[in-house]
Design a protein around this ligand. Structure first.
Ligand SMILES: [Zn+2]
Ligand SMILES: [Zn+2]
Ligand SMILES: [Zn+2]
Length: 124
């Protein structure tokens, strides 16, 4: 059995309170309000551990690491003309299952194209 401490319990509780993506600083802000003794290094170590255990999922967004406890994909649509980046939400992993040997956990997709606004500009 894993040893749990009040510190760990607090961090875990705060993680489950996020309904969407969060980063280490977001978590640190929440945790440090309740226990000022917990440092950001502890938060990073904790997040790394949970990621390895597959209990939370990690993604890259704007060169930052984001985490989630429920969302299993993080997808961007990048416009190659204006550089705008939009987040899109894919609901299902199903279409990937046949392509991968092994068990899927989470995924990240970066799609590049031309956004609506740029398309409208082109048609003038
Ligand atoms: Zn995962
Ligand atoms: Zn993102
Ligand atoms: Zn654009």
């Amino acid at each position: 059995m894993k040893r749990t401490t009040p510190q760990k319990q607090l961090i875990e509780k705060e993680i489950t309170s996020f309904s969407s993506f969060f980063n280490a600083e977001d978590l640190y802000k929440k945790v440090s309000k309740k226990n000022a003794k917990i440092g950001i290094a502890t938060i990073y170590r904790f997040l790394n551990g949970l990621t390895k255990d597959g209990e939370i999922h990690s993604f890259q967004c704007n060169r930052k690491t984001l985490y989630s406890n429920s969302k299993k994909n993080h997808c961007h649509f990048n416009c190659e003309r204006c550089g705008e980046r939009k987040h899109i939400d894919l609901k299902k992993l199903d279409f990937l299952h046949q392509q991968v040997e092994g068990e899927l956990c989470h995924f990240q997709i970066d799609i590049t194209g031309v956004c609506k606004r740029c398309l409208n500009k082109l048609s003038f």
